[in-house]
Design a protein around this ligand. Structure first.
Ligand SMILES: Cc1cc2nc3c(=O)[nH]c(=O)nc-3n(C[C@H](O)[C@H](O)[C@H](O)COP(=O)(O)OP(=O)(O)OC[C@H]3O[C@@H](n4cnc5c(N)ncnc54)[C@H](O)[C@@H]3O)c2cc1C
Length: 534
């Protein structure tokens, strides 16, 4: 079957391809969205963050996609799309494990870190249950006028002066598509990477990782698996000597960190929990990671309290083994095509950088398409350069975290760089102060970027002292620390406290009133401090 000439062909209909397809329709383009598989289907990459949700919200506002905007917060998601499964994500929970030892609380909380991303459930982040979420976005694209063709195996690509030509098979029938421009949204080492032999560039200093993951039922709440609860107030308990707990550690992206790797545990509201591990090649060899379920069991044997958490768990999808997680494509664009950031490169699930980078790329491409039906070469070059630079700063930080999986104090100090940059960026962007938050993780602020770089390099030294490193991080984030981070008095539990925002408002050049308005706009109840210096 031969199709008309489309303005845009998108290969891959997961969240990135489908969202871009709807946006392109809003810009008046004719769009064909071509998918190899069929929705709903298992997909990975689930945990959102405040900055992800801000980018999603901004795209939905700019391109008038209100049904998609509802996904940017737990509360509106639950009211607008109750049938689409999701997980409540109030923040990030990290637990540091020693191999073969049960995990237990310490009074100084040196083996845990809880960082809240929201002050309540209503405006909390979410884990996207991708089988439902992606299927919805495809339906939305179709209702916006996108031509959708699934179960299509593309076998050839060619580029001419007037556009691209694709051929393949739909359920055995030959298919042909022509389009003025093509976006490859087919993910890691995807369609064009194979067709054009685009090749890979090593990511300097980033450690090799293998991953093993699936979806489970029957995963217990982490908080019920820890025997010694010492001075901790668990979610919902009301003991008189209770310590305020920032959020329930399971309503979060729960991380188990151990020498040689880490594990994510993400709960959805349909009884399913996504879990997986990213490990070094040495640990992979020891566990024989490619054996799937047997390797998972061997990993749990080394993490006794996590084994309790998974004691009743059953995999509901075959385990997936990724022999090489990180990659970076050598080329990101051509005359008539561009790769989405997720097809251009990926590091590791740590810190959930995949979604925000994909959304930043979609925003950039959409802006180019606003100007021209076919983005011009300079525009595409700046698009690819931005993706590369975003991936690079993320790789420095995520790489340094991976080098410090067995050193909790250094690992925790490094995360403060991420949380400070993310909370500052979100605050500045929500205040409309765009020049304060240039680039992903503030990479356009030379002082902070250089500081982050230096610290990530220092963090590889074996002789580093915890206290010195913590102090150096505290100094580096001081000009952007609007969230009371890196404070030893908090003993690794960081709730959202709007008082921190008020007292640090000068760092974003804001006055009390604009902070108050911003918080009200975000749905955060706030009382400005009584005494102000203004
Ligand atoms: C283990 C793991 C965990 C992750 N966790 C997180 C996380 O918690 N948070 C986060 O922000 N990011 C995470 N990521 C990254 C995240 O998965 C990606 O950023 C996100 O999925 C990108 O979405 P996408 O729509 O661009 O592509 P993908 O989700 O990769 O989807 C690609 C689509 O293209 C289709 N396709 C592939 N090849 C072809 C072809 N030849 N022809 C037609 N169709 C094709 C596929 O079937 C699929 O539908 C994770 C990644 C991995 C590997």
């Amino acid at each position: 079957m031969k199709h008309e000439l489309f303005d845009l062909a998108i290969v891959g209909s997961a969240f990135g391809g489908s969202l871009l397809a709807s946006i392109a329709r809003r810009l008046g383009r004719s769009v064909v969205l071509i998918e190899r598989g069929r929705h709903p289907r298992f997909a990975i990459g689930e945990s959102s963050t405040p900055i992800t949700n801000l980018f999603l919200e901004q795209l939905a506002d700019r391109y008038e996609l209100p049904r998609i905007r509802a996904f940017s917060k737990w509360g509106t998601w639950q009211r607008t799309h109750p049938g689409i499964a999701a997980g409540l994500k109030r923040g990030f929970s990290f637990y540091h494990h020693e191999l073969s030892k049960p995990w237990s609380h310490r009074t100084d909380r040196s083996n845990e870190l809880l960082v809240a991303a929201s002050p309540n459930d209503e405006i909390a982040d979410t884990h996207w249950y991708r089988p439902d979420f992606d299927a919805f976005l495809v339906e939305e694209a179709i209702s916006n006028g996108v031509v959708y063709v699934d179960q299509t195996e593309l076998t050839a690509f060619s580029e001419g002066s007037d556009g691209v030509h694709l051929t393949g098979f739909h359920q055995g029938e030959p298919m042909e598509f022509r389009a003025r421009f093509l976006v490859d949204a087919s993910g890691a080492r995807g369609f064009l990477w194979n067709q054009l032999q685009l090749g890979e560039d090593p990511i300097e200093g980033f450690p090799a990782r293998e991953a093993l993951f699936t979806h489970f039922t029957g995963v217990r709440l982490w908080e019920t698996c820890v025997e010694d609860r010492s001075d901790h107030e668990w979610h919902g308990s009301k003991g008189p000597a209770a310590v305020p707990f920032p959020f329930a550690p399971d309503d979060a992206a729960l991380h188990h960190i151990f020498p040689g790797g880490w594990m994510w545990v993400l709960r959805f509201n349909n009884g399913i929990t996504s879990a997986g591990a990213s490990v070094s090649p040495e640990l992979s060899k020891q566990l024989q990671l490619k054996t799937g379920a047997a390797a998972w069991a061997r990993l749990l044997e080394q993490l006794p309290t996590v084994a309790t958490q998974f004691a009743d768990a059953e995999a509901v999808h075959p385990f997936v083994h990724l022999p090489s997680v990180a990659f970076r494509c050598h080329r990101g664009f051509g005359h008539r095509w561009a790769l989405l950031p997720s097809a251009m490169g990926f590091l590791d699930p740590m810190l959930s950088t995949g979604f925000p980078l994909t959304l930043l790329g979609i925003r950039h491409l959409a802006e180019l398409m606003e100007q021209d039906m076919v983005p011009d070469p300079q525009g595409l070059e700046s698009y690819a350069a931005e993706n590369r630079a975003n991936l690079e700063i993320a790789s420095e930080l995520v790489g340094a975290l991976h080098h410090n999986l067995a050193r909790p104090a250094i690992f925790q100090a490094l995360t403060m760089l991420y949380f400070a940059a993310a909370s500052y960026s979100e605050t500045a962007l929500r205040l409309g102060k765009y020049d304060h938050a240039p680039g992903f993780l503030l990479r356009g602020r030379p002082g902070f970027h250089q500081g982050l770089r230096d610290l990530c390099r220092q963090a590889r030294q074996k002789t580093l002292l915890d206290r010195d490193f913590h102090e150096a991080v505290t100094r580096t984030i001081a000009p952007i620390n609007v969230a009371g981070l890196s404070d030893p008095k908090k003993r690794n539990w960081y709730p959202v406290d709007v008082a921190d925002l008020y007292s640090n408002r000068n760092k974003v050049d804001a006055d009390t009133q604009s902070i108050e308005e911003m918080l009200r706009h975000c749905g955060i109840p706030s009382m400005p401090p009584k005494k102000t210096s203004e």
